[in-house]
Every structure is written in structure tokens, then in C-alpha cells.
Write a protein that binds this ligand. Structure first.
Ligand code: MOS
Length: 721
């Protein structure tokens, strides 16, 4: 509501006394060294307070990297502005700080840099012979081989074996990356736009060699993250400049700056081969390929992960490699791996269905595994077949004609396509939450977590109210502050369930405290937390609901203003025994113009199986948002990269096509709402699954409409003529 009313205050809007403004000068070569850097003219420009380059920047160790260091928030482990080396085109080579943003921007143009260029690796194609497996992919082996997939494929009655390509993408959040930083003595305060306040705190503490307690990161609102709002060089540079100047500094990246210094999704080239028997037994599944990466980041784009869990293949070969390129560190972007991996895998399943002359929904039913095909574990909860059944019925899948080019509407060819959506269940262990319950029946719940517009505060207020037996208006959920109990990150679709686990633990502890305070004079005397529940601003016995006492009455009798607890979520050990994933079936109706090749998605239905849904409104919105981003992936998004210079050509949101309202049809979403017995409250995260499967569902619909199979995203009109 605050966002809608324009009252939410973002990192770039925090007012501070004596604030100064920073602008970056970006390098213009892909690899080499700064030969000369002349800052005299910029330093003499009006309003300029400081020009910082590698020559005068403070000595700082490289930031700890996400997924490598438990305290890391940085997408890259490169040191920031420490020497003359240039490692990607767009790397900041100078920071200009001035009295106003305009003065900083103007002076940035007066810094003169010359370079000594070195040959750069900028082409996946030219470097492919140097492809190598990454050390791990999210801590797992980059290669799984079960049986002999190549041999099974060669013997299969029906087989497909194709290559699929997906381009670079940029997150393109509406809110620009920004930080407003200040130092008081040796304490650093950062108003940031981040998906990870705790990790940003620990990373900045490491870079500035101060205790974590001396770093305070606040991020109450994030205007779009999608995986990109972590720690990049701008927060570090702003904090370094602010310390040098002894004045608060604000850095707001320019639209172009976002594409220069924050990485996006990398490009992939994937092989998927499937071999089946006459009756649809999957004898062999091969999913392999390469992705562009850098030597200094940690995101190999796990596109082979869906194939590890989706289909009952007897023989599997799943392996991926990376090619080191000189580019800005690529990073996690909404459903990293799964979004582009499902494009390849689910296109191939459709191609096999065509080869077998079988309905693709029926083929997937025949491929459905009883247990996880690679780990052998039982699924904690998997109702994909049911999601398909319900989705197909509501979408009218039965009306589809499997013969391409058989449905027309004037100049338009009409096609239906379907694909599976899937995303893992992740939960960050160790989060803690606090609850303060006051005599007047209000509760304040706190956890260092994040609101990017997905409704975290609403859903968690709702959840805490349910736990405590309070009306939802009586609960305030506070988040986005690294001083709050140790939190979660808003990533990997893990935040909701991680908060729920911590708040549940805190609510249980609070109930225990209140029962102790209630003492022997209470109708609740002698009861244990497991025997009671929150109800009507108080506590009642589960079996004998007439045994009730209100929170206010307990606290007043104990002469206490409030009850306060802080508790950590227990480690999710039990969950490790199961293969835990979310699922969905994406249905698409696409129209393709016979004249221009233009694709219009006319109708969409997503049928999901993601555990229990807590808030139907925010959930539907998350699913739709993911699907819309998937339409961008399918039809328009592509970060154009000039391989001659290593420079991003589509250099900002202005040149980067994302769906607008007219590109988005009515999106119907439904869900099984079957709670997962092995997750807190039966809930799964849903932030990312919406985008998965969308690319393939569109490509499969386009095939059904036109008879043309596009294996190279995005599906632009030139590919259809
Ligand atoms: Mo997501 S890519 O884990 O924000």
C-alpha cells in the first residue's frame, strides 16, 4: 500500500544532512590495463569533492562471494578498484563525488583514461574448445551419469537429439541500484536496495575490516530484484568514497550503469536427447551443454537441474560445462538454470511427442517417476499429473489439433503448447525471529528479511496473526534491517518458508513464556505449548477450548507490559531425506501472423503444485509475474553483446525489450493447494517457478501453429519467416 501511495522510501531517497553524490566512469575495453588516468580537469570542475581511482582508493580486500563464502553477498570475487587491471568492458575506473548529482555526472565526462589493451575472450563460439566443468554447481556435482544414455538413445525406437540456445538476459528492475551511505566514526550505515541485508553487512564488514556489529544495512523496500539486488561494486565504492570524504555519499547507478556493472543471466547452448520405446518408456535422457561464465564468479546457470528430477529415465547423462569469458560477472536471475533449462528440456519432450504422434500431456504422464530418478529419494510431495489434469481441463486442451497449421483466425495461425514448470524447494537454515506481544493485544514481529513487492509483510503478518490468535491488523511485521534477528535472503524462492519456520519457533517460545506467566490461577494452568493454540487474542486448550485466557489478562496478572522472545528456526534435517520440488503445467495459446511472423500470446493458464498457498492474492500475483517474465524470455528479451569489444550494445532498459501490457494476455492461474507434509506449514516458495516452462510452452505453441520449431530464444519474427 505504501508503494501504491508513493510513500515507500527507497534507498535513493533517504534524506541525509550534508549528502554528496557519486557518478562512475566506466572502462571501455574488455581486458587490459589502465595506461594513464587524468583526473585534473574533473577535480577542478564545479562542485567536485573527490575523484577516486585505483591510485587513491583505500586498500580493500576482495569482497566475499555469494555461494562460496558463507558471509558473501558479492556476485564476484574480484577486488574493487585496487589496481590498473581491467577485466570487463564497463568496469568502474573512477568515482566522481560532487555536491550535486548533475555536477558529478558532468565531471565524470572529464576524466581521461588511456588503456593498454590485451586480447579478450568474448565469444562463446571461439572459446568453446576451452569449456571445462565448473568445480560445483550450487555445491553439487556438475555431472551425473546413470547407466549408458548414449547407447540407450542409439537403440531407441523414437528419439530426438537437438541443440537449443538461450541468450544473455538482464534483470532490468525498475528501481535503479542505489545506496546512500554514511560513516559515524568507524560505523558504516548503508541504505541499500538488496535482497540480502545480513550478507551485505557481513561482506562490507570484511571489505572494510570492521566488526559486523559496526555495519548497519537497511533495505525496507526493493523495487524489483529478480536475483540482481545483491552486493556489486557500487556499494563498496560509495562506502570507500564516503570514508575518504568524511561525508555521506549517494550512488544511484545510471540505467546504463546497471548493465555495465551488474551482471545478468548468461548465455547457454544445450543439447537435449531423448529416446523412448514404442509405449513411451524413457530409455535415455541426455541434457548437456555449455554456459558463458567468468573466472571470478559462481553462477554456472544450472540448466541441467530440472532433468535430474522430472522424468523416469532408465539411463541419464546430465552434465554441464562453462566457458570463461571477459565480461561482467553473470549472476542468478529468476529461476537461474531452471528457466532456460526447461526451455530446452520441455521443447525436446514436445519434439518427441510429435515424433511419437502422442499427446505431449500423455507422454509426460508416461514419463512420470515414482521416486527421484537421480537421487533415488522419495518425493516429499508431487502432484504434477493432477496439475496437468486440472490445467488441461480448464484450458480446453482437448480442443487442440495436433497437426500444425490446422487452426486459422484470419491472417493468424493458432497453436496450443504445453510445458512443465519446476523449481526446487530451498530453505535457508538458521534464521531467527523475534516477537513482542503487548498488553493491549498487539504484536511486533521482526526478522532481517525483505520486501520486493511480493507481499512478504502481508503474508507474514497473516501467518503470525494465525499463530498467535490475533486479528491481522494487530500484527506488525518489521524487516529489511540488518539489526533485526538474523534473517533470510530473498532468493531461491526460499524466503517465505524460512520466515515461517523462524516465526513459528518464536511463536512457540512465546506461548511457552505466556503459559509460565499464566501460572496456577489461570484456566491454562499446567498446560504445555503443544496442548494449546492461539485464539481470539489469547490462548486456549486445543482439546477443551473453554479453557481460555487472553494475552492481556495473562500479562496484566503477571504485571508485565509485554512478552518478548527471540527464537531460531530449527535446522531442516528431515527435509534432506526427500526430493523436494515445486511443479506446474504451463498452457499457452499463441497466434502467429502469416504475413509478418509476429507472435501474439493470446491466452495463458498456469496450473501449479507448490504446497499450501497462504495468500491466494499475493500468490496469484507471483505466479503471473513469473509467467510475464517468461513471456519476455520466450519472445523478446536478449542482451546484445558485441563480441568485438565485449561491450553490451543493448545498454539499458530503453533498448532491452520486456513485455508491456499489450503483450500480456489474460493469465489464468490455479493450484493444487496440497500441503507438503515435510515443509513448515506445508508451504513451498513460489517466486521463481512461474517463469519456468514458459519459454517451451510458447515455442511448442508456435510449432503447433506454424510447423516451425524454434530452438533459439527469443522467438522473434525473423525466425518465423
Ligand atoms: Mo532469485 S534469482 O534467487 O532472486
Amino acid at each position: 500500500m505504501l508503494k501504491v501511495r508513493g510513500r515507500a522510501r527507497f534507498a535513493a531517497e533517504v534524506p541525509l544532512h550534508d549528502l554528496s553524490y557519486a557518478a562512475f566512469v566506466h572502462g571501455t575495453i574488455a581486458r587490459g590495463r589502465i595506461d594513464t588516468i587524468d583526473t585534473a580537469q574533473a577535480e577542478a570542475a564545479p562542485g567536485v569533492l573527490l575523484v577516486m581511482t585505483y591510485k587513491n582508493a583505500p586498500r580493500m580486500p576482495a569482497p566475499p562471494m555469494m555461494m562460496e563464502d558463507a558471509k558473501g553477498a558479492s556476485a564476484s570475487k574480484l577486488p574493487v578498484m585496487q589496481d590498473a587491471t581491467i577485466r570487463w568492458n564497463g568496469e568502474p575506473v573512477a568515482v566522481v563525488v560532487a555536491q550535486t548529482q548533475e555536477e558529478a555526472d558532468a565531471a565524470a565526462g572529464l576524466v581521461h583514461v588511456t588503456y593498454l589493451q590485451e586480447p579478450a575472450a568474448t565469444s562463446l563460439d571461439l572459446q568453446r574448445q576451452k569449456a571445462h566443468p565448473p568445480k560445483t554447481i550450487l555445491g553439487e556435482s556438475p555431472r551425473i551419469e546413470i547407466g549408458r544414455a548414449e547407447r540407450a538413445l542409439a537403440r531407441a525406437v523414437h528419439a530426438v537429439d537437438e541443440t537449443y540456445r538461450t541468450p544473455r538476459h538482464n534483470h532490468a528492475a525498475i528501481e535503479l541500484h542505489a545506496a546512500t551511505v554514511s560513516w559515524q566514526d568507524d560505523t558504516l550505515t548503508v541504505h541499500d536496495a538488496t535482497q540480502m541485508v545480513n550478507l551485505t553487512r557481513s561482506s562490507l564488514a570484511a571489505v572494510f575490516r570492521i566488526p559486523e556489529a559496526k555495519v548497519h544495512v537497511l533495505s525496507p523496500f526493493v523495487g524489483g530484484g529478480f536475483g540482481n539486488k545483491g552486493l556489486w561494486s557500487h556499494q563498496i565504492l560509495a562506502a570507500a568514497a564516503s570514508r575518504m570524504l568524511g561525508r555521506p555519499v549517494r550512488i544511484v547507478l545510471s540505467r546504463e550503469g546497471v548493465f555495465r556493472i551488474t551482471g545478468g543471466r548468461t548465455l547457454t547452448e544445450q543439447r537435449v536427447a531423448l529416446g523412448a520405446t514404442e509405449d513411451g518408456t524413457l530409455e535415455g535422457l541426455i541434457h548437456t551443454g555449455i554456459a558463458g561464465m567468468t573466472t571470478h564468479n559462481n553462477c554456472p546457470e544450472q540448466f541441467t537441474f530440472p532433468a535430474r528430477h522430472l522424468y523416469a529415465a532408465k539411463n541419464l547423462l546430465l552434465a554441464q560445462e562453462v566457458v570463461d569469458l571477459d565480461m561482467v560477472a553473470n549472476t542468478f536471475m529468476r529461476a537461474p538454470g531452471e528457466s532456460v533449462g526447461t526451455f530446452a528440456l520441455e521443447s525436446a519432450v514436445d519434439e518427441l511427442a510429435v515424433a511419437m504422434n502422442l499427446d505431449p500431456v500423455e507422454l509426460r504422464r508416461r514419463f512420470e517417476p515414482r521416486k527421484d530418478p537421480t537421487s533415488g529419494r522419495a518425493f516429499s510431495s508431487r502432484n504434477l499429473v493432477e496439475a496437468y489434469r486440472r490445467g488441461a481441463e480448464r484450458f480446453g486442451w482437448g480442443r487442440r489439433n495436433p497437426v500444425p497449421r490446422s487452426q486459422h483466425q484470419g491472417e493468424w495461425l493458432v497453436g496450443y503448447g504445453v510445458a512443465t514448470a519446476t523449481y526446487p524447494y530451498y530453505r535457508v537454515p538458521g534464521g531467527a525471529a523475534s516477537i513482542r506481544l503487548t498488553q493491549d493485544g498487539r504484536a511486533i514481529v521482526r526478522m532481517a528479511s525483505h520486501e520486493m513487492g511480493m507481499g512478504t509483510a502481508t503474508v507474514q503478518s497473516q501467518h503470525a496473526a494465525e499463530r498467535l490468535g490475533l486479528p491481522v491488523e494487530a500484527v506488525t511485521f518489521e524487516y529489511g534491517d540488518s539489526d533485526f534477528p538474523s534473517g533470510t535472503l530473498a532468493g531461491g524462492s526460499s524466503q517465505t518458508v524460512s520466515i515461517i519456520a523462524a516465526v513459528t519457533a518464536a511463536a512457540e517460545m512465546l506461548t511457552g513464556e505466556l503459559l509460565k506467566l499464566a501460572g496456577n490461577d489461570s484456566p491454562l494452568a499446567g498446560l504445555k505449548p503443544a496442548e494449546v493454540e492461539g485464539w481470539n487474542q489469547g490462548i486456549r486448550q486445543r482439546d477443551k477450548p473453554e479453557n481460555f485466557e487472553s494475552h492481556g489478562s495473562i500479562l496484566r496478572r503477571a504485571q508485565r507490559e509485554d512478552g518478548s522472545v527471540e527464537a531460531a528456526a530449527p535446522m531442516p534435517l528431515k527435509a534432506q531425506k526427500y526430493s523436494m520440488h515445486s511443479y506446474g503445467a504451463q498452457f499457452c495459446e499463441a497466434w502467429v501472423s502469416k504475413q509478418t511472423g509476429e507472435v501474439r500470446v493470446k491466452r495463458w493458464l498456469g496450473s501449479f503444485d507448490t504446497g499450501r498457498i497462504i495468500n491466494p492474492r499475493t500468490a496469484a500475483s507471483q505466479f503471473r509475474g513469473g509467467i510475464i517474465m517468461g513471456l519476455g524470455l520466450a519472445l523478446m528479451e536478449e542482451t546484445l553483446f558485441d563480441e568485438r569489444t565485449g561491450r553490451i550494445m543493448s545498454r539499458s532498459l530503453a533498448d532491452y525489450h520486456v513485455p508491456v501490457h499489450l503483450d500480456v494476455p489474460e493469465i489464468d492461474v490455479l493450484w493444487t493447494d496440497v500441503p507438503d507434509p515435510h515443509s513448515p506449514m506445508g508451504v513451498h516458495g513460489i517466486g521463481e517457478i512461474g517463469i519456468t516452462g514458459v519459454g517451451a510452452a510458447v515455442a511448442n505453441a508456435v510449432y503447433n501453429a506454424t510447423g516451425k520449431r524454434i530452438r533459439d530464444l527469443p522467438i522473434t519474427l525473423d525466425k518465423l519467416l
